[in-house]
Design a protein around this ligand. Structure first.
Ligand SMILES: Cc1ncc(C[n+]2csc(CCOP(=O)(O)OP(=O)(O)O)c2C)c(N)n1
Length: 353
């Protein structure tokens, strides 16, 4: 059983992408209570799954550098060897394959997926309607933060390669990176989904004179860093609407101008598509997902609203509720309110003893 995310690049057997059960606010999924977790690789772009692995009973780390990286606070062994050698030593080709756990995970993911309600027009809605339809063999580069989270809820086809700058989760490199990627493989379609702050950080890269017709950009323009206006974000919780002023840079770069990016893209030879609701988006998506190379690169600008973005996230994180999950979340909140952050830290310290 291999837990993956869009930045891991793993597309092999037994891959499981369990963001949907991991993100449920009021239900704890059993699939994360693993006996042994083998940890490979560094950063992950999946903000929902990663904390769940703290439920593992024991973690082994396999990494050639041999560094102690106790990401899940359960590390008991470090194997300072290449992954290949590790798996050759620990697998027995002749032993039977037990896939009960794999099937349990797939069923759990499907259970949440089947009950996702109608979502408002947002980055999450766009991901839901685009991810599985990205043409076979394409490359996808995701902007970090809100975009990465939104797209992590949904799967690409197996032959699609996906990647994101999760090393330091910067919003500064997405466009230049995908422009470079698209030039390495001019025969493959390269898609990029990103928010407006991320776009404007690197949009000079689109002026590169070698940009090819294999590049397709989805710009989700909500006129701000919506990440800071999501109901789960500390800036939103503390400042409410004032987060627009002090964190989210609302109104920057033309304040959702319908013309600014259109002119820039068209003058650079891009085909420009736009949408501001689900109906217009459905039309644009059809063109955006043309499986063949078209005459020109494309830029699809979708105008969304940060209230809808936050609501879409709330809805997708509240698909499944169990009595136990509601009670646990309620107790956690009540304790936090009563004893404050320092009290919670003291209780955690005491429980560890
Ligand atoms: C280089 C850099 N500067 C600042 C940040 C902090 N940051 C994280 S998310 C974010 C906002 C991103 O906004 P946008 O690209 O519009 O996406 P949205 O949240 O609206 O979907 C910022 C500024 C960062 N990750 N990297």
């Amino acid at each position: 059983m291999i837990f993956t995310d869009h930045s891991s690049g793993y597309r092999g057997k037994y891959a499981v992408h369990a963001t949907l059960p991991a993100s449920q606010e009021f239900s704890e999924s059993d699939i994360f209570s693993v006996d042994l977790l083998i940890h490979i690789g560094e950063e992950s772009g999946d903000y929902m799954q990663m904390p769940k692995f703290r439920n593992a009973k024991e973690v082994w780390r396999v990494s050639e550098d041999g560094e102690l990286r106790d990401t899940f606070h359960k590390l008991t062994k470090v194997f300072q060897i290449p992954e290949q050698i590790f798996f050759e030593a620990y697998t027995d080709e002749d032993s039977p394959v037990y896939d009960d756990y794999y099937r349990q995970c797939q069923a759990d993911i499907q259970d949440v997926k089947d009950s996702i309600p109608d979502l408002p027009f947002s980055n999450i809605w766009l991901a839901q309607n685009i991810a599985h339809r990205i043409p076979e063999g394409s490359y996808v580069h995701l902007g970090v933060s809100n975009t990465m989270r939104a797209w992590t809820f949904f799967d690409f086809q197996e032959s699609v390669h996906s990647i994101a700058n999760v090393g330091c989760r910067g919003i500064d490199g997405a466009l230049p990176t995908v422009v470079g990627m698209s030039q390495v493989h001019p025969d493959r379609l390269h898609f990029c989904a990103l928010g407006d702050l991320t776009f404007f950080y690197g949009f000079n890269a689109l002026g590169n004179r070698h940009v090819g017709r294999n590049l397709r950009i989805l710009l989700v323009n909500n006129g701000r860093g919506t990440e800071f206006r999501l109901y789960i974000h500390r800036a939103q919780i503390i400042m409410g609407d004032e987060a627009d002023l002090y964190s989210a840079a609302a109104g920057h770069s033309g304040n959702k101008s319908p013309d600014l990016v259109r002119h820039y893209a068209e003058d650079l030879g891009f085909e420009y598509l736009t949408a501001s609701d689900k109906d217009s988006a459905k039309e644009a998506i059809k063109r955006f997902l043309t499986p063949e190379l078209t005459d020109r690169p494309m830029l699809f600008e979708a105008f969304t609203d940060s209230i809808d973005e936050s609501e879409a996230l709330r809805l997708i994180c509240n698909v499944r509720k169990t009595y136990k999950g509601v009670a646990k979340a309620g107790i956690k909140r009540a304790v936090k309110k009563f004893v404050g952050a320092q009290g919670v830290a003291a209780i955690k310290k005491f429980m560890k003893k």
